[in-house]
Design a protein around this ligand. Structure first.
Ligand code: SIN
Length: 349
């Protein structure tokens, strides 16, 4: 009788251990992802307009690969670079329609839905990346983010590209008045338009995708962009002169379709947030390095004549552009401008 009881106990204990082990092997996500079909995986389509080896392109890929690794392949972020899926003017609508779930447009481009974001385009508004990030974390930044939310868009973070420089085909630009008469490509932002119209240039709002060809065909003479955007699209091969002016910030808002976001399980949302926060830190470092590196390359290539504005000249440019601030105040009041670090004399809100 004792032997029978003992055998029963051993069998039951072994079964218990097997069940426990099976439980331990369970991951937080469905296992054996390679066997999952497209419908069973959670697919996030992330579309953007720049090259893969740019600050945004590199970060998007890193985000995709970390999400795959950390969800055991359950979450698949499909990255579509270089406007291959949607162009500048199309991606916002595609996001709202949930045809794609994630984009990272330049702040200047979200002005089409929340025009107040154009505060970020004001000339010489920020002197450093730290100032930009403190502003976005502060009260005004949070209000701007909630305006995106009201449009059905969740902002999950901010990525840097860099500060913009001016390039042009015909002559060196030393003073703001030198831009008179130029056809200047800009991103779609009324503030940027004002900035160039103020000195008699014609500001032409064009998709990023079309800049090289338009320079090539002579439809535009000049443009403003960050170093990594200039070199990754070979724009410098169609321009003779560059002015290192650092006159405006170009960075990205990471946007997700709000309905899609809210339908995600809490666990998935947390994983996305944690991963994005880590990738964003990495992204910012890469962006700053890449822009410095690309400037050094152009300084050595003898392929474009480069003018660096001195601090004194920058100060003159800044004063010359001050009417653009009045334009913004006229449309949106003084609040967002008053909390800019240069106006407040500090970067805390
Ligand atoms: C981008 O960096 O996403 C493109 C910027 C531009 O349109 O100039």
């Amino acid at each position: 009788m004792y032997a029978l009881k003992r055998t029963f106990f051993i069998v039951m204990s072994s079964l218990g251990i097997i069940v426990m082990l099976a439980g331990c092997q369970q991951t937080r996500y469905p296992v054996d992802h390679e066997q999952l079909s497209g419908e069973e995986r959670l697919v996030i389509r992330f579309s953007h307009v720049v090259g893969e080896d740019t600050p945004k392109g590199l970060a998007a890929r890193r985000f995709a690969s970390l999400m795959k690794e950390r969800s055991d392949g359950y979450i698949e972020v499909q990255v579509f670079p270089n406007s291959m899926l949607y162009k500048d003017g199309e991606e916002m609508e595609a996001l709202s329609d949930n045809d794609i779930q994630m984009i990272a447009p330049a702040t200047s481009k979200v002005t089409s839905i929340v025009p107040e974001w154009s505060v970020m385009d004001l000339p010489f508004a920020f002197d450093s990346y730290e100032e930009v990030h403190a502003y976005i974390k502060g009260k005004t930044g949070q209000e701007l983010i909630s305006k995106l939310d009201q449009q059905g868009l969740v902002m999950l973070g901010m990525w840097d590209n860099g500060f913009k420089q001016l390039t042009n085909r015909d002559f060196p630009i030393n003073e703001p008045t030198d831009i008179k008469g130029l056809n200047m490509r800009i991103m779609p932002s009324d503030i940027i338009e004002q900035q160039f119209n103020l000195f008699g240039a014609s500001a032409v709002k064009l998709d990023f995708d079309n800049v090289f060809q338009s320079l090539d065909e002579g439809l535009i003479d000049a443009q403003e962009n960050t170093m990594s955007n200039i070199t990754s699209k070979s724009l410098h091969y169609r321009q003779e002169y560059m002015t290192v002016s650092n006159h405006g910030y170009l960075g990205y808002v990471l946007l997700m379709n709000k309905e899609f976001w809210e339908d995600l399980p809490d666990e998935v949302r947390s994983l996305i947030e944690e991963t994005l926060s880590e990738v964003s830190e990495w992204q910012q470092e890469i962006a700053h390095k890449l822009n410095d590196q690309e400037l050094s390359k152009l300084e050595e290539c003898n392929c474009i004549e480069i003018t660096h504005l001195s601090d004194e000249e920058k100060q003159q440019w800044e004063e010359a552009f001050s009417p653009v601030y009045d334009f913004y105040r006229g449309r949106f009041g003084a609040k967002n401008i008053n909390s800019l670090p240069k106006i407040k004399g500090g970067n805390k809100e």
